[in-house]
Write a protein that binds this ligand. Structure first.
Ligand SMILES: Nc1ncnc2c1ncn2[C@@H]1O[C@H](COP(=O)(O)OP(=O)(O)OP(=O)(O)O)[C@@H](O)[C@H]1O
Ligand SMILES: [Mg+2]
Length: 581
């Protein structure tokens, strides 16, 4: 819960110099002190910051500023610096006294640029509030979309856009995120489903007779009903009502995003990747653009090259009539980016131009987020893409040939543990042929893994602590599953595409992963997995081949001959593992 978020680790937060709190330029002990700027604006081709300011603006923020500078279509916004995060943890979760006025000034600039105002009856502005640390920590911290929605604004948005479904969809999404992140309405221990998702499934059951009725077919009236039920759920679980005042919403969201720096999964992630606790996160407040406005709108993620193989192909996926989190959450399986050329040719053409500009500018493979609002393309994020060991080598070599980087730079870019990835054990093909194949999905993390199948992160951790090898099978994974994913030999999901959370984490950790194995039914209650006439219970043996994207019921798989060598190299290489950003 937001209020329960861990405060441990505060000791590790960098203490910033105590500064005068009275007037700008006040003298303390005879020395003139300068109050930091704290808030940096970006929009309409102008940015106060730049790509080189990652320590202060966070990776996401710095790149939003940089992309604005080079003329890419980035919705306007502002970044609250990591210094404020340090101050926040050093001062019992309070802010520098100047911050409120600076946020108000930056917001006024955004409002001017958008021609809309937060909470305005006629022209309401909606924003996202996004985390962003110096090094990317994919999906580890919180983001809130559609902030500014309330009972009045939703009606205006419905009227102005002549699209009631879109307005209610945006409002229900906002309530869901705000309820979870700011008001702490989350899964309780032992619950398998998010409480908001349970409410959605209930309504689908009630109205359409099946709980997996597609989201996109819910009507404006259904979504309106969900909004009412979500508000009631928040009140019941959080003990107070969801705030209707957009400014209160904004400060609630900013605090929650700073608070998410110290959430459990972010701490686990930082420990695993050696990211210092005292770096802090920045907060980005950005004008919303909408991929959920109907058939001419979409949202997606893309890599400028294939992050699994390194091949120079545009690689990614998107969903029509959706908002960002739908793609990553793996709730709907997205379409491959190549289809966008047919479905939205103009936006696809623009995206291809952006792809070329980004690679030329950043001189590395980029992982980008985009949204198409009524055929208009917007870029919401770019960062150096995480990649497998295979891809790291191939991209570095290709970029030397393309004269994007020097040979020296190419060598520097290949992380030490790529060697282990390159030699990851794979199944002997004969052994795989003899085994019973029970399903297939996307080859999201190369290599072979075998172990006892488990259906929760807790079980994965408990069994691996006892020395068992486990394969974690989930319908889809979420950041809460991180500990279990670390503990497991391999990961299997029945839903989600190549940019789903499972695939992203697998790629980064070099974990074996098969995702989106849609023919496999996972039942959390019964703790079973069934497919192709076979049912496996928790603890039964399973093997996943993340190179071929196949799943086997295989008792003693043989690994390829090179694998024993790979295993010994992996063991020796693990103490010097490095991270790639
Ligand atoms: N202003 C906005 N308009 C439309 N979509 C947005 C906006 N801000 C964020 N999004 C989308 O919401 C999703 C979540 O945002 P965000 O990038 O902040 O977090 P994340 O992708 O979950 O994690 P990470 O910190 O690793 O990027 C993304 O798909 C993003 O593109
Ligand atoms: Mg993102």
């Amino acid at each position: 819960m937001a209020t329960k978020r861990k405060t441990t680790g505060r000791k590790g937060i960098r203490r910033i110099r105590t500064r005068s709190t009275s007037k700008k330029g006040a003298r303390v002990s005879g020395r003139k002190t300068k109050i930091p700027r704290y808030v940096y604006y970006f929009g309409d081709g102008h940015a106060d910051g730049s790509g080189s300011m990652k320590p202060l603006l966070g990776g996401k923020g710095a790149n939003l500023h940089e992309m604005t500078r080079i003329g890419l279509p980035v919705p306007p916004g502002f970044t609250i610096t990591t210094e404020v995060c340090s101050y926040f943890y050093d001062h019992k979760r309070t802010y520098p006294p100047q911050l409120e006025a600076r946020v108000a000034a930056a917001l006024a600039r955004v409002e001017k640029s958008a021609g809309k105002k937060l909470g305005d009856r006629d022209r309401p502005l909606l924003v996202s509030v996004r985390s962003g640390a110096r090094d990317s920590m994919p999906g580890m911290m919180d983001t809130i979309l559609n902030l500014g929605m309330n009972d009045e604004v939703v009606e205006t948005v419905a009227k102005k856009t002549n699209n009631a479904r879109f307005a209610w969809d945006s409002y229900r999404r906002f309530l869901q995120m705000y309820g979870d992140v700011v008001m702490g309405v989350q899964k309780r221990p032992g619950e398998d489903h998010e409480p908001f998702e349970s409410v959605i499934e209930h309504l689908k059951d009630e109205r359409y007779g099946k709980h997996d009725f597609p989201d996109v077919r819910l009507t404006a009236a259904d979504l309106n009903e969900l909004v009412q039920r979500f508000k009631a759920l928040i009140k019941e679980r959080a003990g107070k009502s969801f705030p209707q005042d957009p400014r209160a919403q904004l400060w609630g969201a900013i605090s929650a995003v700073f608070g998410s720096w110290m959430n459990d999964r972010a701490i686990v992630y930082r420990r695993k990747y050696g990211i210092p606790h005292d770096w802090g996160t920045a907060v980005n407040v950005q004008t919303m653009v909408f991929g959920n406005m109907g058939k001419t709108s979409a949202t997606g993620v893309a890599f400028t090259r294939d992050p699994a193989t390194g091949e120079k192909v545009f690689y990614g996926e998107y969903l029509i009539n959706a908002q960002g989190e739908d793609v990553v959450a793996g709730v709907r399986t997205p379409h491959p980016i190549a289809d966008l050329a047919k479905e939205m040719p103009a936006a696809h053409k623009d995206l291809m131009k952006v792809r070329a500009i980004l690679e030329r500018h950043f001189k590395d493979m980029q992982d980008l987020e985009f949204t198409v609002e009524e055929n208009h393309l917007y870029i919401l994020q770019t960062r150096n893409g995480k990649r497998t060991g295979h891809a790291a080598v191939r991209i570095a070599v290709d970029m030397v040939d393309e004269k994007l980087i020097t040979k020296k730079e190419a060598v520097r870019r290949i992380p030490a543990d790529s060697l282990a990835h390159l030699l990851a054990p794979i199944f002997d093909r004969q052994s795989a042929r003899e085994a019973k194949k029970i399903g297939s999905g996307l080859a999201a993390g190369p290599g072979a893994a075998s172990g006892h199948v488990v259906f929760s992160a807790e079980e994965a951790v408990a069994r691996s602590e006892k020395g068992d090898k486990v394969v974690l099978a989930r319908i889809e994974t979420s950041p809460e599953d991180l500990r279990g994913m670390i503990a497991a030999e391999g990961i299997l999901t029945s839903r989600g595409g190549v940019s789903s959370h499972a695939a992203l984490v697998a790629r980064q950790m070099g974990k074996v992963c098969v995702c989106g194995a849609t023919a496999i039914q996972i039942d959390y209650q019964k703790r079973t997995l069934s497919a192709n006439g076979t049912t496996l219970k928790q603890g039964d043996y399973i093997s996943v081949d993340g190179t071929a994207g196949e799943v086997f019921q295989l008792h003693r798989p043989r690994l390829c001959k090179c694998s024993s060598l790979a295993l010994s190299i992996q063991k020796r290489a693990s103490p010097i593992r490095s991270t790639q950003n």
